[in-house]
Design a protein around this ligand. Structure first.
Ligand code: E4P
Length: 221
């Protein structure tokens, strides 16, 4: 399962990329708005710290398909290779996805709440499909179930899209999809650092060091 950071805090992203096996960064307009008034500068700074090989996801803002397409081409030109354009799966977005995918742009279909949105976006040529797991749960539906269903639709119809499950609130949700073999997940720094937060593990590691320190110098040699 590929693992992405769903955030735009440049220092945190740099730290996470140094310590965790991270495949890239996903953003959306709300995330970028949280980190200052210059989103293009923020995205450039993120690209700098993640390097040229990791993926950077940038979402379009327009609501009409022609404008979404113009915006997507501009974003793609500005941020170059390994930039994925996020487009919401509404009728105007779906039209733009189909055109842009044919032009060769990599698209992440976003704001996905239902399996049918996932199917349509995959059929239109989106490379990634992003169901919002926790937001679906909050509506009283099954977010994990929607993500799994979309993965099955893709596999059973020989489609090429990958599920990039998004909007998590805890490690358990990510773990369940990892176990299922979902292609990718994007999570906040809080959820990602939570993967390794375990007082028992910390105590065990400290115990090894303390025991060894009693019989020898601080180091092996
Ligand atoms: C990812 O593609 C989405 O932008 C993001 O995960 C939305 O989730 P939220 O519920 O954490 O805002």
């Amino acid at each position: 399962m590929k693992l992405f950071i769903d955030d735009a805090n440049v220092r945190m992203i740099e730290w996470l990329c140094a310590y965790y096996p991270i495949d890239g960064v996903t953003t959306n307009p709300s995330i970028l708005a949280r980190y200052g008034t210059k989103p293009v500068e923020t995205l450039k700074a993120i690209r700098k710290v993640i390097g040229k090989d990791r993926l950077l996801f940038v979402q379009t803002l327009s609501s009409e398909s022609d404008k979404i397409m113009q915006e997507a081409r501009k974003i793609s030109w500005e941020f170059k290779d390994n930039t994925v354009i996020k487009i919401p799966v509404v009728p105007e977005g779906l039209r733009a996805i189909e055109y842009l995918a044919k032009e060769g742009l990599e698209i992440c279909a976003t704001a996905v709440y239902t399996p049918m949105q996932g199917y349509l976006a995959a059929k239109a040529g989106a490379k990634y499909i992003a169901p919002y797991v926790n937001r679906i749960d909050n509506l009283g539906y099954d977010g994990i179930g929607v993500a799994k269903t979309i993965q099955e639709i893709i596999e059973n119809n020989d489609m090429e899209a990958e599920v990039l499950a998004a909007a998590f609130r805890n490690s358990q949700q990510v773990l369940e999809l990892c176990r299922f073999g979902i292609a990718a997940c994007t999570a906040s720094p809080e959820v990602i650092t939570g993967f390794l937060k375990n007082a028992e593990v910390t105590a065990a590691v400290n115990g090894f060091a303390a025991d060894f320190a009693q019989i020898s110098p601080k180091d092996w040699f």
